[in-house]
Write a protein that binds this ligand. Structure first.
Ligand code: HEC
Ligand SMILES: [Cu+2]
Length: 329
């Protein structure tokens, strides 16, 4: 099993360290339910222990389980009544908390939010930053950059089966279903990097369908977005040019896009700025030249069943191709 260990990127995710209002609300609801049920559990166990201990002392003479006299009966009725009343109150507290959480999550929806499109694929995430001006549209994969403190509207669907878009530190899950569009609001209030993961079993490589969030200042984000909107640079050395030819003359163009070249297919991730991402194959491997070589020769040995076939390339073709991919920053 390969799990990417990328310097500076978290290897795990947790809903107990919220970094935005969505996850904070959900954590509040979780803690409310947790402490109420924990307290009820303790009270019940203590009552049970007391009852057992009392009974032990009077084992010699078997007591009647129900009170026989008038005052005992009244006491019992009061205890049961109080227990029922407390239960109802606690259930109401949790229900109101839940309404409150739902309302707060709904309130995050703001007109001026930044919209990002996310499409679930077996087994990776297609990400698009839409723009009215076509040349400013950004397509990428498996790594979201976000400006901190800004409401984000994720608009999502699936290209194949049901997936679930989930970054526990940021917000709750949202199912992405084929033929059905959905929206979920996000906001990240701390600069940093967080991990997300598909949360709906979607086939063989479901476990290798993670993504990363890079939350940065508005200036850094604007710069990143502008860089990502650029087409790929032209190859400059003879080796890079040969590498581009390897890319364009092999099956790669059937599935991948590199803006600025003839490759314009969307079956697999957009590779225009491949080397700007920290991982490949939805977090399965750190994005190093060695890993890229292994992936391209036989992705099936890394993510069995994934939608990228093995490639027959000679040693020099692979070297040229890697030199070309290296320019896609
Ligand atoms: C039949 C379609 C198909 C062909 C042909 C194909 N790929 Fe892919 N490729 C994919 C898919 C799908 C993925 C995503 C797999 C995943 O993460 O599960 C992928 C992933 C990749 C990645 C990792 C990108 C990332 O950001 O995770 C690279 C690099 C890549 N392909 C390069 C190539 C090259 C180079 C060729 C040609 C030699 C090629 N591919 C041929 C479908 C294809
Ligand atoms: Cu999945």
């Amino acid at each position: 099993m390969i799990v990417a260990d990328v310097p500076g990127f978290p290897g795990n995710q947790t809903a107990l360290n919220p970094v935005g209002p969505g996850a904070s609300q959900i954590e509040f609801q979780f803690l409310l339910t947790f402490w109420i049920t924990a307290a009820v559990y303790c009270v019940v166990v203590i009552a049970l222990v007391i009852a057992v201990a009392r009974r032990r002392h009077s084992l010699g003479s078997m007591p009647d389980p129900l009170p026989t006299d008038e005052s005992g009966e009244r006491r019992l009725r009061r205890v049961v009544g109080a227990g029922a009343a407390v239960t109802v109150v606690l259930l109401f507290v949790m229900m109101i908390g839940s309404f409150e959480t739902g309302r707060a999550l709904g309130d995050m929806n703001q007109e001026d939010a930044l919209t990002i499109d996310v499409y679930g694929h077996q087994w990776w995430w297609e990400i698009r930053y839409p723009n009215n001006e076509a040349y400013k549209i950004v397509d990428t994969a498996n790594e979201f950059h976000l400006p901190v403190g800004t409401p984000i509207r994720f608009h999502g669907t699936s290209r194949d089966v049901i997936h679930s878009f989930w970054a526990p530190n940021v917000n709750g899950k949202r199912d992405l279903m084929p033929g059905y569009e959905t929206e979920v609001m996000w906001q990240v209030d701390q600069p940093g990097r967080w991990r997300g993961q598909c949360a709906e079993y979607c086939g063989e490589q479901h476990a290798h369908m993670s993504f990363f969030i890079v939350a940065e200042s508005k200036e850094q984000f604007a710069k990143w977005l502008a860089d990502q909107a650029k087409s790929a640079v032209e190859p400059s050395t003879p080796q890079e040019m040969r590498g581009q030819q390897v890319f364009l003359s092999h099956g790669c163009v059937l599935c991948h896009s590199i803006r600025g070249t003839a490759a314009g297919s969307r079956v697999g991730p957009d590779l225009t700025h491949l080397r700007s991402r920290a991982t490949i194959a939805a977090g399965a491997l750190p994005n190093t030249i060695g890993n890229l070589g292994g992936w391209i020769l036989n992705a099936q040995s890394i993510k069995p069943g994934c939608r990228m076939p093995p490639n027959q390339l000679s040693g020099s073709e692979l070297q040229d191709l890697l030199a070309y991919l290296e320019t896609l920053r």
